[in-house]
Design a protein around this ligand. Structure first.
Ligand SMILES: [Zn+2]
Length: 155
């Protein structure tokens, strides 16, 4: 009597699309349930099932779910944007970060200017002056260079 891997009553999304027999030892089974066929379709379209199999075999079991999630994300981004894929999303978010950083600098400068005006007005009226040297935001000196991955000139 054979003691090989048991066939699954319902194939995973990968085996269903590839029209092959799904077993309890199917490498895709834990990550592509039948209800999420669109995830495997995207990954298969962009990376190919064979490449995905080879990649998963090189990754320890406890990291495979993360690997699949990131590949699904990348594949869906590539399907939506064939030119830039997930790099397009990164560049867009990087641009937003830089824009918001510029806005923060402008808002901080305006706040400082208003504090100076307020302090001058109060001193003209004989009130105690405010300490305008106190920074409003100690967090505005973040190192944004970590977001600079050299995409801005290319995209
Ligand atoms: Zn399967």
């Amino acid at each position: 009597m054979s003691t090989g891997p048991m066939p699954m009553p319902m194939p995973c999304a990968a085996c269903k699309l590839l029209r092959r027999r799904c077993t309890t030892q199917c490498i895709f089974l834990p990550y592509f349930p039948p209800s999420e066929s669109h995830n495997f379709e995207a990954v298969h379209r962009v990376f190919g099932a064979s490449n995905l199999t080879k990649l998963l075999q090189k990754i320890p079991f406890d990291r495979r779910e993360d690997a699949v999630k990131s590949m699904v994300y990348e594949a869906k981004a590539r399907v939506m944007d064939p030119v830039y894929g997930s790099v397009g999303l990164i560049a867009s978010l990087q641009s937003q970060v830089l824009h918001l950083h510029d806005e923060l600098i402008a808002a901080t400068a305006e706040a400082t200017s208003l504090r100076v005006q307020l302090s001058q007005t109060m001193s003209l009226q004989g009130h105690a002056t405010m300490d305008i040297q106190q920074p409003l935001h100690s967090s505005c000196d973040h190192d944004f260079s970590i977001y600079d991955i050299g995409l801005q000139e290319e995209i």
